[in-house]
Design a protein around this ligand. Structure first.
Ligand code: CA
Ligand code: CA
Ligand code: CA
Length: 511
């Protein structure tokens, strides 16, 4: 069973009623083939359509695009330019030359260059999707909504957890605010999403170059429901149908960046941030990490180039006024530790175990400067068992759900996971920091609605100042076996589990 990137994706999807261990086993069964064919004659580029090229980012000086000399060097090294983001100096290139990156790094004007994947471009298989359990008609009929609630709102314990229910009595957010979901695609035909969908700000960025074909932002039936769930958590309409999002009056768009097999590659993510920046997006939600490396180490020339490309793109978006919000990850890692053992990378070919220093090797985009890093909480308001943490890394916390056994919600809610829309007009539960990040993106959208001229830095400052201080949980023994499962460091109003605190939707609409 696989979910596009759901597994290690900070956004694991936990099927309804399933234990954590199963959810964490939600891996893409990637049957990637071996490395690109040997090319001793260096001729593969000339027949590149038939070869098995890799994709690269080549970073040059921002502002003018690659010089004629760099362009020539890229071609001479067997590269074909897919697209070029001149303002940030990031060029997306395909090449079948195994030495492509090494060769162009030596060219004057190239600041860094690296392969964005370890599996050849066409080689990934379609994997089956770990679809969360869909709520049945019977389960839906069993829910008794109060006056003024959407039918499934009684199951949404996550809304009162951030005072979103109270906030909605004051404001649902502004139609002038758009949150872009950079993810697996969004099903805008879903009745909870259609009323708030922003087509102008939606696109397919999977190749690294925007594909504006109508509907290209949607997931296919074989692809993950992840992005649709995330979009609904942010902005499901308050319309008498299904659930209510955190900011049900704002608009939401879909920027599809993952391959059918569920990989989020660097060139697609760069395209996503640039699209958001150029299309008036106020907030981006990023519930993923860029594949194939969980951590990108700056002392590796390939990974260094990936960090550089996405740093430039996310910074560019922030300068244009976009607040970038990202999930902290689902491995219960302490991201402020001296070292972490990562057994999962690269995840598109054969992973090897490596010990990394998280101050040198970044989980991107969540650890990039300026990005809002979100940890997950469960129905008891405690850090989710799986949520990554770390003093100085986590900025804020919000509901992402947890095993119902660990954190049981108060009735009438029945599941400790997060309810959201699924493609095909359905609703179901998922959990992960993937689900926490959209709650913060929704609160940021409410702040932006109230302060329409606020630059990104001010929206973030308000987000953190309004968050409800949440002291460390100490000891943290979430499974109750008598042994601590994580250690929280820092004071009440800024610590490694909850950052500045738990997001507050009511303050967002009243202050
Ligand atoms: Ca609704
Ligand atoms: Ca507050
Ligand atoms: Ca324990």
């Amino acid at each position: 069973m696989t979910a596009p990137r759901t597994r290690s994706r900070r956004y694991i999807a936990i099927p309804l009623g399933t234990a954590m261990a199963t959810a964490l086993a939600f891996l893409p069964n990637v049957n990637a083939s071996a490395a690109p064919a040997d090319d001793p004659a260096g001729l593969a580029a000339q027949v590149s359509a038939e070869a098995t090229p890799l994709s690269y980012v080549v970073n040059v000086r921002p502002g003018h695009g690659p010089s004629a000399q760099v362009k020539k060097a890229i071609a001479r090294a067997g590269g074909t330019v897919v697209t070029s983001y001149d303002r940030i100096g990031v060029v997306v290139v395909h090449s079948s030359n195994a030495d492509f990156a090494k060769t162009v790094r030596k060219v004057r004007g190239v600041e860094s260059a690296g392969a964005t994947r370890t599996a050849p471009l066409p080689a990934q298989s379609t994997t089956d999707v770990g679809t969360p359990k869909v709520l049945t008609a019977e389960e839906i009929a069993d829910v008794e909504a109060a006056a003024g609630q959407d039918p499934l709102q009684p199951l949404q314990w996550d809304l009162p957890a951030i005072k979103a229910d109270k906030a909605h009595e004051k404001s649902l957010g502004s139609r002038k605010v758009t949150v872009a979901v950079i993810d697996t695609g969004v099903d805008d035909t879903h009745p909870d999403i259609a009323p708030n969908f922003d087509r102008e700000a939606s696109v397919n960025c999977v190749s690294g170059k925007p594909d504006t074909t109508d509907g290209a932002w949607r997931p296919s039936a074989a692809e993950s429901p992840h992005g649709t769930h995330v979009a609904g958590e942010i902005a499901a309409a308050k319309n008498g149908v299904g659930i209510t999002g955190v900011a049900p009056g704002v608009k939401v768009s879909g920027i599809k960046v993952s391959t059918t097999a569920g990989f989020f590659y660097t060139e697609a993510v760069v395209c996503g941030f640039m699209w958001a920046a150029e299309h008036g997006v106020d907030v981006t939600n990023n519930s993923y990490y860029t594949d194939p490396w969980y951590f990108n180490c700056k002392n590796d020339p390939d990974q260094k180039a990936l960090v550089e490309a996405i740093t430039r793109a996310s910074r560019y978006a922030e300068k244009k006024g976009t607040v970038n919000v990202a999930a902290a990850g689902n491995e219960n890692y302490d991201l402020s530790a001296d070292e972490i053992t990562d057994p999962t990378s690269p995840n598109d070919t054969t992973p090897g175990e490596r010990v990394i220093d998280p101050s040198e090797c970044l989980d991107i985009p969540t650890q990039l400067p300026g990005v809002v890093t979100v940890a997950a909480t469960g129905a008891k308001g405690l850090k989710s068992s799986f949520s990554n943490h770390g003093l100085g890394v986590i900025d804020i916390a919000a509901p992402g759900g947890d095993s119902t056994r660990f954190q049981t919600p108060a009735p009438p809610a029945t599941s400790g996971l997060i309810l959201g829309p699924l493609p095909g007009g359905n609703w179901g539960y998922m959990a992960g920091t993937s689900m926490a990040s959209p709650h913060v993106a929704g609160v940021a959208a409410l702040i932006k609605s109230r302060h329409p001229h606020a630059p990104a830095a001010l929206v973030k400052a308000l987000l953190y100042a309004q968050a409800d201080a949440t002291p460390c949980t100490d000891p943290y023994d979430i499974d109750g076996d008598g042994k601590a499962d994580a250690v929280c460091e820092g004071p009440k109003n800024h610590n490694g589990f909850y950052g500045w605190g738990t997001a507050d939707a009511l303050d967002a609409v009243t202050r």
